[in-house]
Every structure is written in structure tokens, then in C-alpha cells.
Design a protein around this ligand. Structure first.
Ligand code: SF4
Length: 433
């Protein structure tokens, strides 16, 4: 059987698609060259916003003609929307054969290959299922992401994740290290550890800090990254490791959401603006180029002009390297959905635009500050604009475009001096041979 997997959403969905690919291949399936030549199409979906679900439904419906051409084709919807919408997906798109939630992926080979299932919807939570012992197919030959923690124990009032992903479940360190070792044996040198609150990782006495140390002892691992940490779970042990272990990259994506304590409380974020700032200061105290990116919501329920000003002040003070900035939109099924919004769409948009202007200027300044620095780049791919040029990434997560003077491949490391900035793009020239 030939399979095709289409993935929407975050890196955890990308990882899960790799997990599904490996499960299918160990049952004898092969990757199809295209959806048209597949006997099995799996659509891995995201639920974070209603728009993401609408996009997923539209994309899935595009597979309907393939089902007409090949009545033996099986179409399965998995991921967060599978859990959130369940049977409703089959009602709206009857050509979908199965809907399978994030805790039931191991069922798929049996359902498909033995054709035994009469039931078409498998979306129950399983509090013990963390895919222990299962490794994902590599996403790239040089870098891999590994989910070390599934689900989330927080209850941020705007977020649907805990309702579709369930409670937090951490993988055994021994299993994580074995998966990384296997990836390194295949040529990977960059590892990204994934979890909804990845730095809350805790299993059998292992902490996130001690896990990072163990990952760094694997020969062949050169760069370690992680996403998404939660500000509540920074402590001295973790900060020490982050700042002393040379393999851990000096970039973190640390979601702020708001600079107002009143809003943070309403969002149930479990930290204050000052606590957030103390993490930023600790990270940048040893390395002023420690890159910090973030997520910010404008126009949350009840956000006053004063609350919003506090966010702007914090943004000006922190100098984030970059930010994903969102206009608040109530997500059905979450706590804050029940609250009556105090701002019009126009007011929310206006605040968002003001924030974007300020942050874009800061991002520009942060890029300009990289001018003249000598950086080691991990090669990703040739440039789309000029195939003679390559794109590589610095340890602090900046993309740099340059013209190599020898043949390079994805996964190589090249040292460059950053000596030009065009728009948002850093450019460099090779240092040495
Ligand atoms: S920490 Fe909050 S925002 Fe992040 S996944 Fe958990 S509930 Fe959602």
C-alpha cells in the first residue's frame, strides 16, 4: 500500500506525521510519489484557530475526486481537528473513511491493512499513550525534531490545546536519547526538542535541564534547540545549563502574550511581566545576542488602553528579535469564549497594527546589530532567488544568505562574516576556505 501524508499546523504535527510514516512503513507500506498515486491519504490537522479547521476541511475536500477515481483509496483525518470535530468530519465529508485522534495512531496500520474496523471514529484520550519506543521518520537529513512531551497541563483561558491533546505525558529519557542517537547515526547534527510546555518536562527524576545535558553528551549533536518553553518553568538549574552548555543554541521562542499582569492573570498564564523580564535579563546577561522571539496577543477580552500600553512598554524594553503577533479571536470550546468582548474588531486591529510597527522597527535594529559578526551557519538549502547562493542559519536562529566558494550540502557548517543587510535578509561572505 502506498501512503501520502499531508500535514498542517505546528512542528508537533510534523513529528507525528513522521511517526505515522514510520508506523506505516514498518507494516510494509511505502511513501507514494504523489497523492494521485496513493492508496492511503492521511490528513494531519490543526485546531488552534477556527480558520485552521476551515482550511483543513477545504483541503481535505480537494481529495474527493481522487476517491472517485480510485474507490479503494482510504482517506483518514488525524490530528487536533480529528479530536475536536470527530464524527462531524464524516458527516460533512462522507468520503473520509476514518477519523483518528492523536492518542490512537498505533491503530492505523491494523485498521487499514486488516480492514477490520467497523467503527470509523477513534478519538478517545489514552492517558498512558506517549508513543514510547516509537521513532519518527526523519524530516530532513541534517536536523530532527523530537516530541518529548505530549499534551498540556496548563489551562490558558484562550487555548484549545489541552482539550484536543489531553494531559501532559513525558517520554522516558532513555527513549528520547535512543531516538536522537539513531538520527545522529543517519547524519543529523541539530536536534529540536518539542513539547507544549517543553521545559516542564519531568520523568522518573529527570528534569528538562538534566535531559538537555544528556542530549549534549551524544557525539555528533552540535546544536540543541527546543520549543515551546513556558516562562513559569524557568529555574536556576535550567538557566545554568542554557548559559553554560555550548551545544544549546542561544535562541528561545518564549511566549509573552501580554505585558499586563491583569491580562496575564485573566489568560491564566501563571507568571507576571516582571518574572518574564527576569528570564530575559538572565539570558541576555551573559550573551547580549541571545535571540528571544515571542507570541503576543492584542485585544484580549477586557484589555484596556493601559493594559495594551504595558505590552508596548515591555516590547520596547525587551527588544525581541521577532514576534508572532495575533489579534485576539475567541476560540469556541475555551474558557474565554464565554466572555463578552469589550473591544470592536477595528479597535483590536488598530492595537495590533501599532504593535507590529514597533516590533518591526526593533526586528530591523536587531538584524542591523548582527552586522560585522562572524557566525557559523548550518546549511539548509540553496536560495530560491539565486541557486548559486545558499541559506544557512546561525546559532541564534538568523537566516543568512551567501555565495559558497566550494560545494556545500544541507547539513554542512560554514563560517561567514555578516556584511550586508537587504530588507529583512542578512547576507554574508565565507570566512576562510
Ligand atoms: S501552555 Fe497554555 S497556550 Fe500553551 S498549549 Fe498549554 S494551555 Fe495552550
Amino acid at each position: 500500500m502506498n501512503y501520502h501524508i499531508a500535514t498542517l499546523g505546528c512542528q508537533m504535527n510534523e513529528y507525528d506525521s513522521g511517526l505515522l510514516a514510520r508506523l506505516l512503513e514498518s507494516s510494509g507500506c511505502k511513501a507514494a510519489a504523489s497523492p494521485e498515486s496513493a492508496d492511503l491519504i492521511i490528513f494531519n490537522t490543526c485546531s488552534i484557530r477556527e480558520k485552521a479547521e476551515e482550511t483543513a476541511m477545504a483541503r481535505i475536500s480537494q481529495f474527493k475526486p481522487l476517491k472517485h477515481k480510485n474507490p479503494n483509496l482510504k482517506v483518514i483525518v488525524v490530528g487536533c481537528m480529528a479530536k475536536n470535530k470527530g464524527r462531524e468530519i464524516i458527516k460533512k465529508l462522507p468520503f473520509v473513511d476514518y477519523v483518528i485522534g492523536p492518542d490512537s495512531y498505533k491503530e492505523i496500520p491494523e485498521i487499514i491493512l486488516k480492514q477490520k474496523a467497523r467503527e470509523r471514529v477513534f478519538i478517545d484520550f489514552d492517558e498512558d499513550e506517549n508513543y514510547q519506543g516509537e521513532f519518527a521518520k526523519l524530516q530532513t537529513p541534517y536536523s530532527t525534531s523530537i516530541t518529548i512531551q505530549r499534551g498540556c497541563n496548563k489551562r490558558c483561558s484562550y487555548c484549545i490545546v489541552p482539550f484536543v491533546r489531553g494531559i501532559e505525558k513525558c517520554k522516558d529519557a532513555i527513549d528520547i536519547l535512543a531516538e536522537i542517537q539513531e538520527a545522529v547515526d543517519k547524519g543529523v547534527s541539530e536536534v529540536m526538542l518539542l513539547g507544549q510546555t517543553v521545559n516542564a518536562y519531568k520523568k522518573d527524576g529527570e528534569t528538562f535541564a538534566s535531559l538537555l545535558e544528556k542530549v549534549s553528551t551524544i557525539n555528533g549533536v552540535k546544536r540543541i534547540r527546543f520549543i515551546s518553553p513556558h516562562p513559569k518553568h524557568y529555574n536556576d538549574e535550567l538557566l545554568d545549563v542554557l548559559l553554560s552548555n555550548s551545544k544549546i543554541c542561544h535562541h528561545v521562542h518564549l511566549p509573552l502574550q501580554s505585558g499586563s499582569d491583569a491580562m496575564l492573570k485573566k489568560m491564566r498564564r501563571q507568571y507576571t511581566a516582571d518574572q518574564f523580564l527576569s528570564i530575559v535579563e538572565a539570558l541576555r546577561s551573559k550573551d547580549p545576542f541571545y535571540a528571544i522571539t515571542t507570541d503576543i496577543i492584542s485585544g484580549f477580552v477586557g484589555e484596556t488602553e493601559e493594559d495594551f500600553e504595558k505590552t508596548l512598554d515591555l516590547v520596547r524594553h525587551t527588544h525581541f528579535d521577532n514576534a508572532f503577533m495575533y489579534i485576539y479571536s475567541a476560540r469556541k470550546g475555551t474558557e474565554s469564549f464565554k466572555e463578552i468582548e469589550s473591544l470592536s474588531e477595528a479597535e483590536k486591529l488598530s492595537r495590533h497594527q501599532e504593535l507590529v510597527v514597533i516590533q518591526n522597527e526593533i526586528t530591523k535594529q536587531k538584524n542591523e546589530a548582527m552586522y560585522g559578526r562572524i557566525e557559523e551557519l548550518l546549511m539548509e538549502r540553496p536560495s530560491t532567488k539565486d541557486p548559486d547562493e545558499w541559506v544557512g542559519k546561525t546559532g541564534n536562529f538568523k537566516k543568512v544568505v551567501f555565495k559558497p566558494n566550494t560545494i556545500v550540502r544541507p547539513g554542512d557548517y560554514v563560517t561567514c562574516k555578516i556584511n550586508d543587510i537587504r530588507g529583512w535578509t542578512l547576507r554574508g561572505t565565507v570566512v576562510g576556505d
